[in-house]
Design a binder for this molecule. Sequence first.
Ligand SMILES: [Zn+2]
Length: 275
Amino acid sequence: MFVPLRFLAMAALAVPLALLSPLRVQAQDLSDEEVEEVHDFIMGNIVFILFHEFGHALISELSLPVLGREEDAVDALATVLLLPDDPSEETDQMVMDAMDGWFLSDDYMVNEGEDPIMWDEHGLDLQRAYQVACLIYGSDPDGFSDLADSVELPEDRRETCLDDWDQAQSAWFGLLEPHILDEGVRSKGIQVIHEPAAPGLEEAADFLRETELIEVMATEVLSRFDIPERITVATTSCGEPNAFWDAEEARITICYELADFYRELIIEDIKNRSP
Ligand SMILES: [Zn+2]
């Protein structure tokens, strides 16, 4: 049975997103179009982070071997899952929003005067942005040449992006293929919970709950894998904009602060664009 990973994402993203009820973030003098942009940006980035953490979960639950840095490997998985064989406007939007998220978060760090953390287990945000950009380009060089131009991806790097893409896709598919359930079969092992929000984070919490974004991804993507243990995906207040995989608890945590951080990033970006 050959089920390319990209089909999984397509199944997930092509239909259900249209069903998501858009929850309006509080308009801060934003046009309807800009509000839509904020909404899309938060969704694309939260899905990328969810898939990234799910990559950690798969590695630990299925005892997958990882050569190289695990953080880079799971970023690649998140990108592969967001690039379906038969892309739609929604899927393209999500993966480009995730890429923009890394560029904007790098800008934010620079503006805040934060020094890059060279010993961090993650790549620097700007490196992560270019790695995602490279995989997007490598997946369809003709279709994404404008995107490569817009982020000034150098020509010599572009050539290696095709290999990066093939390698990311085949490596992940090779590892996961034995664990993909048959068409129509879903694992019952994923549960989603939304914990109460700390003061100030209610809007982010409502957004994640009411769009049912995590539930849709859990049902359509995460539960397509045969994972021995029950995994909880929890949204909660953490005190920092972050997300975690906890192997002992078999729990993925997505912090409300993270959704709020993405809301701030994109609103700031929109405002800076105005003449
Ligand atoms: Zn990670």
